[in-house]
Design a protein around this ligand. Sequence first.
Ligand code: ADP
Ligand code: MG
Length: 274
Amino acid sequence: PLPAQPERPLRILALANQKGGVGKTTTAINLGTALAAIGERVLVFDLDPQGNASTGLGIDRRQRRVSTYHVMSGDAPLADAVIPTAVPRLSVAPSTMDLLGLELEMANSADRAHRLRNVLKGVGEAGTATEGVTYVLIDCPPSLNLLTINALAAADAVLVPLQCEFFALEGLSQLLRTVEQVRGALNPRLTIQGIVLTMFDPRNNLSAQVVADVRSFMGEKVYETMIPRNVRVSEAPSHGKPVLLYDLKCAGSQAYLRLASEVIQREGRMPVAA
Ligand code: ADP
Ligand code: MG
């Protein structure tokens, strides 16, 4: 007989970096798509009021009647927000600008840091809208605010996109300190899954220097895969598609596929037959 399907525990990864424009959303969309392509079942949880992950996955504003705001504020169950995408095995819980108000609304509630953890309880269980989900990717806002704290409190691990630019390391220490604080106070199991260098430009000496600095500072935490700066990656969202659907052969798509395999290897998982 065939061996039983290896167990695939649910993994919750927060894509976090308090800098904007470093590739969090692009990585949520495209790592999510690449993980789905190798057989994982993925939920992208859009925790940024900008809603760029939702838009980039082809979810227009009218489809966001129930959003992550409603789910986090306790107005609706997660199941009501989850929408399938054009990518098989990839769904999204979309966000709207309403999320901007949530921080203030939550400020005085005792569970303010654990809203998301509570929302994600039961993800993957049979008979739910997220049945079989093996990865939740949380797309965080560009700030270390209460929304991001919720993501870190709910996650098993953090994945940090870092842009290959001069100030890349500036801010990383602050993020790492925040991760330490959350680990101490809210979520003892939180780890750093890895750091992914984004928008790498091989023709740029500065890019190479940044890579060397980050690798010597963070060692093996840095994925071998670097995401190249690639115009197809930046075009894809305006078509409401992950780059893997827009142009599978381009360098950006290929890099995200390699990143997905590195991510599952770090967790000791084998690719599943789709
Ligand atoms: P964040 O979510 O951290 O703010 P985004 O993922 O939205 O960052 O990326 C910022 C901008 O950079 C977007 O316009 C995106 O299309 C572009 N971008 C991200 N990654 C790449 C890449 N590898 N090549 C080219 N453009 C990229
Ligand atoms: Mg973003």
